[in-house]
Design a protein around this ligand. Structure first.
Ligand SMILES: *[C@@H]1O[C@H](CO)[C@@H](O)[C@H](O)[C@H]1NC(C)=O
Ligand SMILES: *[C@@H]1O[C@H](CO)[C@@H](O)[C@H](O)[C@H]1NC(C)=O
Ligand SMILES: *[C@@H]1O[C@H](CO)[C@@H](O)[C@H](O)[C@H]1NC(C)=O
Ligand SMILES: *[C@@H]1O[C@H](CO)[C@@H](O)[C@H](O)[C@H]1NC(C)=O
Ligand SMILES: *[C@@H]1O[C@H](CO)[C@@H](O)[C@H](O)[C@H]1NC(C)=O
Ligand SMILES: *[C@@H]1O[C@H](CO)[C@@H](O)[C@H](O)[C@H]1NC(C)=O
Ligand SMILES: *[C@@H]1O[C@H](CO)[C@@H](O)[C@H](O)[C@H]1NC(C)=O
Ligand SMILES: *[C@@H]1O[C@H](CO)[C@@H](O)[C@H](O)[C@H]1NC(C)=O
Ligand SMILES: *[C@@H]1O[C@H](CO)[C@@H](O)[C@H](O)[C@H]1NC(C)=O
Ligand SMILES: *[C@@H]1O[C@H](CO)[C@@H](O)[C@H](O)[C@H]1NC(C)=O
Ligand SMILES: CC(=O)N[C@H]1CO[C@H](CO)[C@@H](O)[C@@H]1O
Length: 308
């Protein structure tokens, strides 16, 4: 009788603690590690503190001097806005600009991006240049499985002398040019220049712009020719994976993916990813995390009853 009463008491304490912290359905970080930075959830293999992430490529620097704190990829200036367990990293990245006024060039920004371990998502992003006196290029390194890196370059050029001919809502080649990305790009430089210093068009287009952007979040309108002057960063998607070797190559290694999970190869780049088996949910990169959804839903429902 006494033992039973104690067990009941412990259960209630457990439920109260879980409800008070409003934790997600399952733990996403290693025990004792922070699972968020400001507004951003940080699931393992990513982490912010020593012992909390899997190798230096998965370090997230959480800067508390912002309110809310902001997350950056490793020690770079790349803001992280979302990390998914399906191998996607949503970030914000500086755009390239070349700006003029009647006296000449006022500002030029040539961003470089060196990921080395991760790959720019070809499925989610496009390369865009905007301007009416604009020559833009992207030069990158392609990382192909089992071979050395090779260089690749793609460009866009647009010229127009009146806003009248720029379609307002489509990136048509007049004032805006877009192209898809190659697979396997891990290192790139974007440059953008003008041929005539934007003379004659300064009133509606003082700058040329070029950037990689998440296709879903890209909207072009005539006002972009002017408004992007005040935009510094735009959203982009990076593909992440574990290690350099595919599932077949790590197959002999039983610890590649955790229990109740399975290994799969990413569509882009080297390495492998893990996924909980059908009917299981959790973080497949943490031990004993992928649990039967029925078990999880019973736990979840009992929270609800106690909270009412
Ligand atoms: C949190 O992030 C989302 C999208 O990433 C954004 O819409 C929202 O405004 C952010 N909230 C705060 C408090 O920053
Ligand atoms: C946090 O951000 C501030 C302002 O941008 C910067 O001065 C500081 O060095 C950053 N701290 C870290 C640890 O990166
Ligand atoms: C990205 O980081 C910069 C500081 O480098 C900050 O000013 C800006 O608000 C951040 N953007 C987001 C979406 O967190
Ligand atoms: C152009 O910009 C520079 C500084 O960026 C400024 O000194 C100069 O006066 C500007 N010229 C005109 C004609 O506005
Ligand atoms: C553009 O401006 C630069 C100075 O910023 C000047 O040296 C150059 O001659 C100008 N070119 C044209 C075509 O006006
Ligand atoms: C980008 O530019 C830097 C120097 O500015 C150079 O070292 C690097 O090789 C370039 N990367 C690519 C992919 O062209
Ligand atoms: C262009 O489209 C934007 C919205 O996409 C709209 O706000 C703006 O009024 C339009 N401008 C013209 C000149 O049609
Ligand atoms: C991946 O390969 C590079 C060299 O190709 C090596 O330096 C690095 O240690 C490897 N990383 C892992 C996690 O095996
Ligand atoms: C097997 O996996 C463990 C843990 O991830 C790692 O330390 C070890 O190097 C791997 N061995 C091989 C042969 O890949
Ligand atoms: C696999 O899932 C079952 C049912 O949820 C659970 O009891 C078991 O501990 C899990 N195994 C591992 C290694 O996580
Ligand atoms: C690239 C671009 O012009 N993006 C804009 C899309 O629209 C939102 C708001 O409507 C702007 O904030 C972006 O800059």
């Amino acid at each position: 009788m006494r033992v039973r009463g104690m067990a009941l008491q412990l259960t209630i304490i457990g439920v109260l603690v879980a409800a008070a912290t409003a934790s997600p359905e399952f733990p996403i970080a290693k025990p004792g590690c922070s699972d968020r930075c400001g507004n951003v959830s940080i699931p393992y293999p990513f982490g912010t503190g020593p012992g909390c992430y899997r190798g230096s490529r998965f370090l997230i620097t959480c800067n508390d001097s912002f309110n809310p704190p902001k997350a950056f990829l490793t020690t770079s200036t790349i803001n992280v806005t979302e990390i998914t367990l399906e191998g996607k990293l949503h970030v914000e990245k500086y755009i390239a600009k070349d700006c003029y006024n009647a006296s000449g060039r006022t500002r030029r920004i040539k961003p470089t991006l060196k990921l080395a371990k991760f790959i720019i998502s070809d499925a989610d992003n496009i390369f865009v240049s905007i301007g009416c006196d604009t020559v833009a290029s992207l030069s990158g390194n392609l990382k192909e499985a089992g071979s050395d890196e090779t260089k690749y370059k793609v460009g866009c050029m647009s010229s127009c002398n009146s806003l009248k001919y720029v379609p307002n809502d489509t990136c048509s080649g007049i004032g805006c040019c877009q192209t898809s990305l190659a697979k396997g790009v891990d290192d790139l430089n974007i440059t953008v220049t003008s041929q005539k210093n934007h003379s004659g068009i300064l009133d509606f287009n003082p700058c040329s712009y070029a950037f990689i952007i998440e296709e879903k979040k890209f909207n072009f309108s005539r006002s972009s020719l002017l408004d992007l002057e005040n935009v510094n960063k735009l959203p982009m998607v990076i593909d992440w994976s574990i290690g350099n070797n595919s599932c077949a190559e790590v197959k002999t290694n039983t610890s590649a993916c955790q229990g109740n999970s399975t290994c799969y190869d990413p569509d882009n780049g080297n390495g492998y990813l893990c996924r909980c088996l059908d009917g299981y949910r959790g973080n497949p990169y943490l031990p004993n995390s992928c649990l039967d959804v029925h078990v999880l839903s019973i736990v979840h429902r009992s929270f609800m009853c106690h909270q009412r």
